[in-house]
Design a protein around this ligand. Structure first.
Ligand code: PMV
Length: 418
């Protein structure tokens, strides 16, 4: 397979410009230079499952997500040295070194991330050593993609370090962020859309273009009612999942349902965009639930069947849906490659949601369940000092961790902070 930059001429042109800037002396990094960014995670309402076999990190279908403002990764990168075989003053090493600190613990930088950083810096800053300090304000195995927030924040912090706003115009910067985030982790590209024109990137589409080789991420406008949608995660099992998404993506093509899914997906994306603009929560709900069910069907019918839902997931969701249908509540669910449902709702559904959590709290099987509830602040990717610090409490907003009983009173009160 060709290298990432060979496959991506637009990104290669931008990398080349940075190389020229380095040669001219306008891009000059030295020890102590810092870059910071904070990025939200996201949950796909229309999901991508399956990747191209010929182009790196290109999905076989488009997707559309809701930005999870308060589930964030904050990352700071600091230049800690420059290594040049020709410099007498500094010790020569073969490749840059990375020191990594995640959630207040030093650990080896994962190999995938190390290769990724070397690719980003290739040609203009591949001789620098970096200290990378990152903080995720939500538990890693709770059903919220930490890789989406993590890679978006990492790419954002490098953009800040390189002072890209000086070297690129805003379209080029947007492209650079989205493309590098995509190459880090597919769903990260939906977290790397900067807030523009005062509009939060609450809904973001990641569209597969007709050449089936390139993609584009962009904000999708929504009517005012849907822009107020709220979200929480019902955590039923916070152990690490056994099968990672890379393995799952590779199996997608072996399901007999995948061709059917891919054939009707473009229409579903259009229907979703229309429903978001026309404030039609019931259509958004049915498209979202249908899409999640369909992805899990593809997962469960491949050559190696993958089953991410637990018995508790099914039990909780059937109770949730029954209550929603009976009372016509404006709430719906979705599920990624894990057992923990995401619940999405309008303010008017708070009482119904509180009743639902009360019902679960009365059942012994859910005694270890809890709820992570975020605030809807309209805060997307933030670069620079406003990103906050990569430590506990340093983040812009934190999700609340509530027992089921606490969730009952939280939503019963009307949840003023949501
Ligand atoms: O971003 P990845 O490569 O880990 O894949 C994630 C895929 C899903 O979360 C299941 C769906 C999606 O579109 O986010």
């Amino acid at each position: 397979m060709a290298t990432w930059l060979e496959q991506n001429p637009a990104l290669a042109t931008l990398s080349h410009r940075l190389k020229e800037a380095r040669d001219k002396g306008t891009l000059c990094l030295q020890a102590g230079d810092l870059g910071c960014a904070s990025a939200p995670s996201n949950i796909a309402l229309l999901k991508y499952w399956g990747k191209s076999e010929s182009v790196a990190q290109v999905p076989v279908n488009s997707s559309l997500s809701l930005t999870l403002d308060s589930f964030r990764a904050t990352t700071q990168v600091e230049v800690i040295g420059r290594f040049s075989p020709t410099s007498e003053a500094l010790q020569a090493v073969e490749r840059p070194e990375f020191v990594f600190r995640l959630n207040d613990h030093e650990r080896p930088l994962p190999e995938k991330m190390s290769r990724f950083l070397q690719q980003i810096l290739l040609g203009f800053a591949d001789d620098i050593a970096l200290r990378i300090t990152s903080y995720n304000n939500f538990p890693t195995a709770c059903g919220v993609a930490s890789s989406a927030a993590g890679y978006a924040a990492l790419v954002g912090s490098i953009a800040d370090l390189l002072n890209l706003e000086k070297h690129f115009d805003s379209n080029e910067l947007t492209l650079w962020l989205a493309e590098w985030a995509r190459l880090g982790s597919g769903s990260a590209t939906r977290s790397a859309v900067p807030v523009s024109g005062g509009v939060s990137g609450q809904f973001v589409a990641w569209e597969l273009m007709s050449d089936q080789m390139t993609t584009k991420s962009y904000q999708v406008p929504a009517a005012s009612g849907l822009a107020q949608l709220q979200h929480c995660v019902l955590v039923l099992d916070d152990s690490e999942k056994a099968i990672g998404s890379s393995e799952g993506h590779a199996l997608a093509k072996t399901s007999p349902f995948q061709p059917l899914r891919l054939a009707q997906f473009p229409l579903r994306l259009e229907q979703m965009k229309r429903a978001l603009q026309s404030d039609d929560v019931s259509i958004v709900a049915s498209l979202t639930e249908c899409d999640a069910y369909e992805m899990h069907t593809v997962m469960a019918t491949g050559k190696t069947p993958l089953w991410y839902m637990s018995v508790d997931t099914v039990e909780a969701l059937s109770r949730f849906v029954r209550r929603r249908n009976d009372l016509r509540l404006k709430m719906f669910w979705t599920l990624d490659a894990g057992a923990n449902p995401h619940l999405i709702f309008e303010h008017s559904a708070h009482d119904g949601l509180a009743d639902f959590f009360e019902e679960l709290a009365s059942l012994a099987r859910f005694k270890n369940g809890y709820v992570l509830s975020g605030t809807n602040t309209g805060c997307g990717l933030v670069l620079g000092r406003n990103a906050g610090a990569p430590t506990r409490g340093g983040s812009l907003s934190e999700p609340l961790k509530l027992s089921l009983t606490e969730a009952v009173s939280h939503f019963r009160k009307g949840c003023a902070i949501c």
